[in-house]
Design a protein around this ligand. Structure first.
Ligand SMILES: O=P(O)(O)OC[C@@H](O)[C@@H](O)c1c[nH]c2ccccc12
Length: 260
């Protein structure tokens, strides 16, 4: 079993239990449920920098990134740095995150928040909303075409933006559909952890113009972004490069300033 299969097997068990613990009717009572979600896709279109900054304590590829931070400070820092939005890892076992991280980020910011999670069930979309997210991620490597369709259409009925992530042409071709807002190319292979920006470059021409193009992972320099922009990318998802520092907000601020 590769790591991605393991993550999904664990996630199925987790979601089954969560559904029993907190029924949908209770999620819908969240005061955050009736918020109007700001659009990340629109923020990226309107931006001249396009940074989506991530909160990630650890990952299967890097055991420890940073365990000393407070997610509220990170959210405040990213927002005042001028990031278009923030991605919050909510998976506990592999990434050290939680739904509470999302809630705490929401409590101290008002920019678009992406729930970074392995989504396999509509229930998780309602959870995302109840805990303050505006955007969901769908990963083509772990979903069928019909799952992508039903989950993305459901998210749209909830007023949320959808970022669909691919890593190769086959995943991209099965995924293109009108219920997506952004297409993300993950430069990291989630099965082998190999990173190459060339993936973003080669897949870019296959992404129709109506979607906002996002390049994800392994971005640590201004040069990388300048290299990717001519391929049509308007969004850049950056985690480790900010999170490995003592003050991710300040690191993001310096990065964004230099990019302008
Ligand atoms: O830390 P990086 O290399 O800047 O990467 C951020 C983000 O792209 C990465 O965390 C990510 C992209 N797709 C994912 C799917 C699940 C978990 C994590 C991810």
């Amino acid at each position: 079993m590769n790591i991605l299969d393991k993550i999904i097997a664990d996630k199925r068990k987790e979601v089954a239990l969560r559904k029993q613990l907190i029924p949908v009717s209770q999620l819908e009572q969240s005061v955050l449920f009736d918020r109007k979600s700001p659009s990340l896709a629109q923020a990226l279109r309107d931006s001249d920098t396009g940074i989506i900054a991530e909160h990630k304590r650890r990952s299967p590829s890097k055991q420890v990134i940073n365990h000393n931070l407070n997610v509220q400070d990170v959210a405040t820092g990213y927002e005042s740095a001028g990031a278009c939005g923030m991605s919050v890892l909510t998976d506990g076992k592999y990434f050290g995150g939680s739904l509470d991280d999302l809630l705490l980020a929401r409590a101290s910011s008002s920019f678009p928040l992406l729930r970074k999670e392995f989504m396999i069930d509509e229930y998780q979309i309602l959870e995302a909303k109840a805990y303050g997210a505006d955007v969901i991620l769908l990963i083509a490597a772990v979903l069928s075409q019909s799952e992508i369709k039903s989950l993305s259409e459901f998210a749209k009925t909830q007023g949320m933006d959808v970022l669909l992530e691919v890593h190769n042409l086959e995943e991209l071709q099965k995924s293109i559909m009108p219920s997506l807002d952004m297409l993300g190319v993950n430069n990291r292979n989630l099965k082998t952890f190999e990173v190459s920006l060339d993936i973003s470059k080669t897949l870019s021409e296959e992404i129709p113009d109506e979607f906002v193009k996002v390049s994800e992972s392994g971005i640590s320099t201004i040069e990388a972004i300048k290299e990717l922009r001519p391929f049509g990318y308007q969004g850049f998802l950056i985690g480790e490069n900010f999170m490995k520092t003592d003050n991710p907000g300040r690191s993001a601020e310096a990065f964004i300033k230099e990019l302008k």
